[in-house]
Design a protein around this ligand. Structure first.
Ligand code: PMP
Length: 322
């Protein structure tokens, strides 16, 4: 329903603010100008709350803000707002091992603008919600579908930053991540694995997580070339895997390599690190090793151990909230 020009009331978690789910006519007002972040607070056995690498989220939002012509809170302001949100919601943080508090910082051009120009005012807000597993499968293996019709981002676009408009319109106004994801879910898949939009040949990422393939002692993940999001979990897993003695390669990965991989897994704040049990590309379905003794399992216990404060954080990645 259309209303007269004036202020509108929206939930902080409205799809339009978080995923650019809006019709084109609204977009020039402010919808293209929005960035978000996602991080989690975990409760330790002693009741203390900890955050995982919040400085990295602050830096990523700052890089994104420059790309989107927006001012951004300083790293200290960002971390302080996140800490205060976690503290204010402390009673909602699930007990150890039962989930986490997902924290969503959002930066948007909230000032009214009609001509195509940066908005005159910006709003930075942070909200939070307790969460369990991102996928209904929990730690059970995911079944991915290689999407070769829709693409997530194009070269020269903003695929490398966490802008809200990456999640609805992709390549054209009519093809959307939400649409591709919904279609894959209707067909019984957990999520979509995107290919690059130029050659339709190289792996990019999953809707909200990065992808890794394992072959012997070598772990490969698509290089961040501006069209995929440089995940903080991705970066952390690369470091953990190298510490564990694996050779890690960041490079272009042709989709044909999926057939020969031993293992595939995905990483992200929401999924943490999730094993992939099968990938379907066209009419070919390839199955992968998962479970006990898998590389994903080994990396999972280290990452989760650090994030939840169970194992010593030698890297200084976790921040206690007081
Ligand atoms: N790719 C996309 C498209 C995402 O939305 C996310 C979630 N932020 C990721 C990758 C993983 O990034 P991170 O590990 O920082 O959560």
């Amino acid at each position: 329903q259309l209303s007269r020009y004036g202020k509108i009331e929206l939930s902080p978690s409205a799809g339009v603010l978080n995923y650019g789910q809006a019709s084109c006519c609204l977009m020039y007002l402010f919808i293209f100008e929005g960035l978000f972040e996602g991080l989690k607070a975990y409760r330790k056995e002693d009741g203390q709350l900890i955050l995982f690498r919040p400085d990295q989220n602050a830096i990523r939002m700052d890089i994104g803000a420059k790309r989107m012509c927006m001012p951004c809170p300083s790293i200290d302001q960002f971390i302080d707002a996140v800490k205060q949100t976690a503290l204010a919601n402390k009673r909602w943080v699930p007990p150890p091992g039962k989930g986490s508090l997902y924290i969503r910082p959002l930066l948007m051009g909230s000032g009214a603008i009609l001509g195509l120009a940066p908005a005159p005012e910006y709003t930075f807000l942070v909200f939070a919600s307790p969460v369990g597993n991102y996928f209904k499968e929990g730690l059970a293996p995911l079944n991915l579908y290689v999407e070769d019709e829709f693409h997530r981002a194009t070269p020269g676009g903003a695929g490398g930053v966490k802008t809200i408009s990456n999640y609805a319109p992709v390549s054209s106004f009519f093809h959307t991540v939400l649409k591709a994801l919904g279609r894959a879910k209707n067909r019984g898949f957990s999520d979509v694995l995107y290919l690059d939009s130029v050659n339709k040949r190289n792996l990019e990422e999953v809707s909200s997580c990065n992808i890794f393939i394992v072959k012997g002692n070598v772990i490969s993940t698509p290089a961040t070339n501006g069209t995929i999001l440089e995940g903080i979990t991705r970066k952390s897993i690369i470091e953990i895997a190298r510490d564990c003695g694996f050779q890690v390669e960041e490079r272009a990965i042709p989709v044909d390599e999926l057939v020969d991989a031993d293992e595939v897994f995905s990483t992200g704040t929401a999924v943490v690190i999730a094993p992939v049990g099968s990938i379907t590309y066209g009419d070919k379905r390839t199955e992968y090793k998962t479970g006990a003794g898998s590389v994903c399992g080994e990396l999972h216990s280290t990452l989760v151990g650090i994030q939840r404060g169970i194992i010593e954080d030698k890297k200084g990645w976790t921040v206690e909230i007081h």
